[in-house]
Design a protein. Structure first.
Length: 331
């Protein structure tokens, strides 16, 4: 009886261990997915990004933005990387929200290095996820462990990108809807918007707030008047300026910190979608909580939301493929 009881206890422990493993690997993603098939995969990504960022620090923000724009369409499946090969279907790259994306050549470089080390093993989708994490770290932001095992999608449509990527002109209702479509809540909305603490934006993304907010040549009253005047005088001098760039987080646009949220409370969020975070009591409360807490609280919460976004609608197992070249589906 004692032996039988011992076996029962052991069986229970094993069952719990397997259950825990299943929960940990929910969605088919696992920490250290390439541990055996390509043990240096994450190191290759990290070292390559470090070399590039040391030469061009401005690349970090576009690489992070690329990850967002990928994950909001059919999950994080690297569909944003696909080139158009047929006049019958324009890919996400050609959608208006993605025309200012850059860093595709960097992703191609990482992929070529991984293909040389471990042919047909590491997905482009996982490369984009790992690069986004390392780009944040390179700007002084948080590190988090990225579960891997994503596979690459084979479908990419510009219309889906246009309809699902939150535009900078979004009001709160639109933001809430588009984030909810990805299984992301209001807390995620505030945290992931915090990515605007690094990088730049083209005047065309917000110049309507300066010159033609409601279509009658007016200025957005939600934008601080002094800030608006400075933008008009020194940066975006006309509604038609499509080339000038402006720091998203002036004075701190290469450092991952809390100053973006401080600017929101001063009515100096650059996009209408930034300003929208202060128009809802729940999101405004959370912005204040972030500012009242230590920087590490923001880092931890941001990392959690990034991992959550990275798990939504991913392709794993036998779904999708491992592309040989990130810009093209396998023939």
């Amino acid at each position: 009886m004692a032996i039988q009881k011992l076996f029962s206890v052991l069986f229970l422990h094993l069952a719990l261990a397997f259950l825990l493993a299943e929960l940990t690997n929910a969605g088919g993603l696992q920490l250290g997915f390439y541990r055996r098939a390509c043990p240096d995969a994450e190191l290759i990504v990290h070292e390559t990004l470090h070399r590039y960022i040391s030469r061009d620090p401005t690349l970090a923000a576009p690489l992070l933005r690329m990850y967002f724009h990928d994950c909001f369409i059919r999950g994080c499946d690297a569909s944003v990387l696909l080139n158009t090969t047929s006049s019958n279907n324009q890919t996400e790259k050609l959608a208006a929200p993605n025309l200012t994306l850059r860093g595709f050549d960097f992703i191609d470089k990482v992929k070529s290095l991984l293909e040389a080390a471990c042919p047909a093993v590491v997905s482009c989708a996982d490369i984009v996820a790992l690069v986004a994490r390392d780009a944040v770290v390179a700007t002084g932001g948080p590190f988090w462990r990225v579960p891997t095992g994503r596979r690459d999608g084979t479908i990419s449509r510009s219309s889906e990108a246009l309809n699902n990527i939150p535009p900078p002109t979004s009001n709160f209702t639109n933001l809430q809807r588009l984030f909810a479509n990805q299984g992301l809540d209001l807390k995620d909305l505030v945290l992931l918007s915090g990515a605007h603490t690094i990088g730049v934006a083209h005047c065309s993304s917000f110049s309507n707030r300066l010159y033609n907010f409601t279509g009658v040549g007016d200025q957005d009253p939600a934008l601080d008047s002094e800030y608006a005047a400075n933008l008009k005088a020194r940066k975006c001098r006309s509604l038609s300026d499509n080339t000038t760039i402006v720091e998203m987080d002036p004075g701190s646009f290469r450092t991952f910190d809390l100053s973006y949220y401080s600017l929101l409370l001063k009515r100096r969020g650059l996009f209408q979608s930034d300003s929208a975070l202060t128009t809802n009591s729940a999101t405004l409360t959370f912005v204040n909580q972030l500012l009242q807490g230590p920087l590490q609280n923001f880092f931890g919460e941001f990392a959690n939301s990034m991992e959550k976004m990275g798990r939504v609608n991913v392709k794993t197992g036998t779904t999708g493929e491992i592309r040989k070249h990130c810009a093209f589906v396998n023939s």
